[in-house]
Design a protein. Structure first.
Length: 357
């Protein structure tokens, strides 16, 4: 029985990955290691909480002693590192939180994995550290072209800079120690359990409540959209078949402008939920600082080497996503209430005062 240490497993992509893996494989064990910040919610995993193959540990990846204890207690075969602060706007307000979690947390995981896996002759057989990253580390594209794995890194926000830094640290452990690693860089994910500060769930939630739909600048920024289950399938393939040391881009071949996404959500909800939801809710706001114009990933490498391709077209994925949020309005209200609203404000205040929370 192989054991996976999944960090950030109570978040959006992490929780989808855990559920996907436990449904697909009977002979695995998953340890979910999550700090449970505002975006981590164990409700995401309630259907598998009683599964004897699943263990939850609340903890911070920056806590070296706790991470060491996990490696000592369990025979970890794979680390899948989702743990990260991910919201660009929040990184502009409080970049030090992103540097700590995304860089120091990743380094701590790498060190603990190396100490546990390293042998006199190299590393144990059948172990791997998979680091989940983002296409944002590449910067911004013009009207044509795609990011490939060898595209130079050019991060333009504190968030993407912290992710690029953690990517380079993971790569360095392969180059320096020959530690078996992979890095995956994905395009924008969407689907169930995504915290409603992100574009698609924010739009759905605001539409339901007849609140304004904020659109940055002219709304023509372009993103490539990837359904979260397709991303989970790709990560599984990279763990099993990816060549150690390699980077794999994971894209959905679904380029859309932000305003197209807004109008798609409005149209579906107008026709299927509430005819009073319409484009009058759209509100154009001042553009985000350092806002990248276009992201687009070429996933040719993972297709050719591992046989992966995105199975969910955007038209089907967005319908499934909207339906899920309509069926789970209480989930949205629960995770956005109370302490979650002020998480970053508390973090920022405590950083200034040299305290931790």
């Amino acid at each position: 029985m192989k054991t996976y240490l999944v960090t950030g497993g109570a978040g959006f992509i992490g929780s989808n990955f855990i559920m996907y893996m436990l449904k697909k494989y009977q002979d695995i064990k998953i340890i979910n290691f999550d700090k449970l910040t505002y975006a981590g919610n164990l409700e995401n995993l309630k259907e598998i909480q009683q599964d004897e193959r699943y263990i939850f540990i609340q903890g911070d990846t920056c806590d070296k002693k706790l991470v060491e204890d996990v490696f000592q207690k369990y025979e970890i075969n794979f680390v899948v590192n989702f743990a990260a602060e991910t919201h660009v706007d929040r990184s502009i307000t409080c970049p030090e939180v992103f540097a700590e979690t995304n860089v120091i947390g990743t380094l701590n995981l790498l060190n603990c994995a190396k100490e546990s896996w390293q042998t006199r002759d190299g590393f144990k057989d059948g172990v791997k550290f998979l680091h989940v990253s983002t296409d944002e580390v590449y910067g911004s594209l013009g009207n044509s072209g795609y990011f490939i794995e060898t595209t130079p890194l050019d991060p333009r926000s504190p968030y993407s800079a912290s992710k690029a830094s953690s990517d380079l640290m993971v790569k360095a452990f392969n180059d320096t120690y020959n530690m078996p690693i992979n890095i995956t860089r994905c395009s924008n994910n969407y689907g169930p359990y995504q915290f409603p500060e992100k574009l698609i769930p924010l739009l759905i939630n605001n539409c339901i409540k007849h609140k304004s739909l904020p659109v940055y600048g002219d709304g023509l920024n372009i993103r490539d959209w990837l359904y979260v289950e397709d991303h989970c399938k790709a990560i599984d393939l990279v763990i099993k078949k990816g060549k150690a040391g390699e980077i794999y881009n994971i894209g959905g071949h679904n380029e859309k402008t932000n305003i197209d996404i807004v109008k798609t959500v409005i149209k579906y909800l107008n026709e299927n939920f509430d005819s009073n939801i319409n484009e009058s809710l759209i509100s154009y706001v001042k553009d985000r600082k350092g806002h990248d114009r276009r992201y687009a990933i070429d996933p040719a490498k993972i297709k050719k080497e591992l046989g992966w391709y995105p199975e969910t077209c955007f038209e089907d994925g967005i319908k499934k996503t909207i339906k899920w949020y309509l069926d789970n309005e209480q989930w949205i209200d629960t995770i956005t209430a109370g302490e979650y609203k002020n998480y970053y404000e508390k973090m920022y205040e405590n950083k200034i005062q040299n305290k931790s929370i």
